[in-house]
Each structure stands twice: as C-alpha cells, then as structure tokens.
Design a binder for this molecule. Structure first.
Ligand code: AMP
Ligand code: MG
Length: 405
C-alpha cells in the first residue's frame, strides 16, 4: 500500500519508503580534484591503480634480516650491510647480514622480518638479536590496505576526509562525482520579513530560510534562494515557476494548511501534482509532496521546529537519494531517560533533547514554534506512539549529527 492510500495518519517509515521510491536520480556527473571532493557523492567507482602500500615496508625503526640467519636458540650477532631510510629503494639483503631500516622504508629482497631497535644492542660493529624472531614480524605487506584493481570506494559514497585520503593513497588525482543538487528554497508568508529590516506590527523574521539554507549547504547542495513568497496565488505561481526553472528540487515552508491564505496547494496542483500527507509524527504532521513542472516538491510545515524535523527525517534522505548517495539510516541509540512523561500521544514524538551526564533530557518546551529547542539540543528523543516514559526507561535517541551535514 502506498503512503497516500494509508488510512489515517501515515507511519513515518511508510512515508519515507514511499517518498524514496518516488525520488528521481541525478544524472549530471563531473570530474573534480580529489582535494576538493569532500562531501561530494561518487558517481563512478574508481579502481585502485596500484597496491597500497605499493611494497612490503617496515612498521618500526630497527633492522631487517632473514630469520634463517638467526640461531635457533640464544642470541645472534649480524653486521649491518646497508642503511634504508624511507623513500629509498633498497638493495637485496646480503646473506648473513642485517639492514638498518626505518619506519615506512621498503623491505629489501631476501629479508623476512624486522626487529625493533629496542630489542637489539650494538656490540662493536655488530648488532645483537634475541632468539624468537618470527617471520613477517613488523612488516606491512604490499597491498595490505588496498589491492590493485579493487574498487577503492563504492559509487554512492559521500566522501569523508578519510575517503579522500584513501583515494589519494591509490594515486588518484580526480574523481567522478555527481554535480551538487540545486535546491530551491521558498519561504511563504505575508508576515515574514528579513533580518536587518525593522519589525512592523504583525511581522516576524524569516527564520526557516536561514535554517534550510544552512541545512542544505552543510549537505553540500547548492541553494537557489528564492526568498519570501507573498500569500497570493500570483506570487506563489511566479516563485514556483522560477524554482522549477532553476533547481532540481523545490522546498517551501508554510502555506500548506487549509486556510484561505494558503496558496501553495492550489498552485502546485495547477503546475503539477500534489498530495497532502498527514504523517504520524510530532512535530511535523503536515507534509505536502508532489511535483512542479516535473521537479520534486516538498511543502514543509511553517513552524520552524516542524520544518526542521520533517526536513531531517523525510526530505533529507530523499535529497541525498536524488543526489545519488546511498545513505544509511540515522543511528539511533537506546539511552536512559532523565525525565518522565505520563501522557501518551497517538503520534511518534521527536523531542528536541540533550544527552548529557548519562541521561536524555528534553528541552523544557516542545512547541513547534520554538526553534531554540533545536538550537539547544544535541539530538532527538524518539517516543513511539501511545507510549509513556518513566525516568530511567530506555528511550531512542538520534544524535543531531546523524541528521545534519
Ligand atoms: P503556515 O503553515 O504558513 O500557516 O505557518 C505556520 C506557522 O509558522 C505560522 O506561525 C507562521 O508564521 C510560521 N512560519 C511560517 N513560515 C515561517 C518562516 N519562514 N520563519 C518563521 N516562521 C514561519
Ligand atoms: Mg503562512
């Protein structure tokens, strides 16, 4: 059953699965220097051109030798036949000798172990080795990290700094990634004015615009900021046409209730197609989803905390999917509640909360108009429908870091 046919409120998992299934995939690909690729999504998986490490090398400062040259019992004295610093190609090991070697230096042909210098002592011209040296000890074998020809990092990966290091270790200078998704952001509401302007009676400052632009930029997406949209059909249509022209996907906030000042629904239906979803979550029950002139459209609730929650839980995974990223579900931990909630509600609640001193503590006021709750929080406490919480109960907790960036 698709989410739209669901009787009553739609459970969030069903809503998300349905939204993901409707999400189109990015096709625009470009090459970028690996150095600039953090946060980008791999479109074509690169194969390793070399083994990493490219040769057997020493993990210690010490001496390379062949254990066949050591006595079975007791110490062995060997003379030093060469010195191999990192970055220099070694000569084959002379039989019956050892090579002075440093961390990262290549193991000479004929050596099969490295003894760390702390386990040796010098007597005259000779190095004295203990018994019990094992074959391959302190040697990092060629290809241990990555094998030549293997897929280094899978397509669909969002590149983290460690990934850039891994790609660089294979000698790759450029990587094929998806072009950043262009996301249009519209803030509907006659009451909205921009920070920096004086506040007249009846007005509030537009906070969603900054919230969404920040969320999107952290995700590595390009924001097409269409600013405030007046509560008229004309302005809404002009802005939505603009958005569909200039972006791959459209986000708006507000204006999707059933009041006569809410024009988004009618205009989206005129330009494309729209479903009004009632999701079984708090905050963020209303969500409009559809398409405008062929571009996916998300109508997020106007209340800033609801906007944030619906964005993070529903829009964000779809935007990453559209961007080509295979995003894992956010990690959710079971942690002890530092609070009691005696009233059960019929929806799954996402409380702005902090995990601190071993317990989860929700913000004192969970009103969807209060964005300071999210600013204070370091995660969301997840309270399933029809559930009460006693202090010390385990509750789901999603760190905000799982939902941002
Ligand atoms: P609406 O869905 O348009 O009825 O908006 C619901 C509530 O969210 C109202 O109190 C609006 O004033 C508020 N709101 C809508 N958009 C914004 C915005 N961009 N910034 C701050 N508050 C907003
Ligand atoms: Mg409004």
């Amino acid at each position: 059953m698709s989410a739209c046919d669901h009787p009553g409120l739609i459970p969030i998992d069903i809503a998300l699965a349905d939204l993901l299934a409707k999400t189109p995939l990015s096709t625009e690909i470009e090459s970028v220097p690996v150095a600039d690729a953090v946060g980008r999504v791999i479109a074509e998986a690169p194969q390793a051109a070399v083994d990493v490490p490219p040769a057997d090398n020493s993990s210690m400062d010490g001496y390379a030798l062949n254990i066949a040259d050591l006595n079975d019992e007791g110490e062995t004295a060997l003379s030093i036949s060469q010195r191999i610093p990192a970055g220099q190609a070694p000569q084959p090991l002379q039989a019956g000798s050892c090579a002075r070697i440093f961390t990262g230096a290549e193991i000479p042909e004929g050596a099969d172990a490295v003894v760390m210098q702390e386990q040796t002592r010098i007597e005259g011209e000779k190095v004295i080795f203990p018994a019990g040296v094992k074959a391959q000890q302190n040697i990092r074998p060629r290809g241990q990290d990555i094998q030549q020809g293997s897929v280094v990092i899978k397509a669909g990966t969002r590149l983290q700094p460690a990934d850039l290091g891994v790609l660089a270790s294979t000698g790759l200078a450029e990587i094929r990634v998806y072009k950043p998704l262009r996301v249009a952001v519209l803030s509907t509401g006659d009451e909205l004015i921009e920070p920096g302007e004086p506040l007249a009676p009846g007005q509030i400052y537009n906070s969603n615009r900054f919230l969404l632009a920040g969320l999107l930029r952290q995700m590595g997406m390009e924001v097409v900021d269409l600013g405030r949209v007046a509560d008229t059909a004309e302005d809404t249509e002009r802005a939505l046409r603009d958005a569909a022209d200039s972006a791959d996907v459209i986000l708006s906030t507000g204006g999707v209730s059933v009041g006569e000042e809410d024009h988004v629904k009618g205009v989206v239906e005129k330009l494309g197609q729209l479903d009004l979803w009632r999701i079984k979550i708090k905050p963020g029950k209303p969500l409009a989803y559809g398409q405008v002139l062929g571009k996916p459209f998300f109508g997020l609730p106007g209340n800033p905390a609801s906007s944030l929650i619906t964005f993070c839980l529903l829009a964000r995974p779809c935007l990453f999917r559209q961007q080509g990223a295979a995003l894992p579900a956010p990690l959710e931990f079971e942690l002890p509640a530092g609070f009691t909630r005696t009233r059960a509600i019929g929806r799954q609640e996402y409380m702005r909360a902090r995990y601190e001193n071993g317990v989860v503590q929700p913000f004192s006021n969970q009103s969807s108009g209060m964005l300071s709750s999210a600013s204070w929080a370091n995660g969301l406490a997840v309270i399933p429908p029809d559930t009460t919480v006693a202090e010390g109960d385990l509750v789901g907790f999603i760190p905000l870091s799982e939902l941002l960036g």
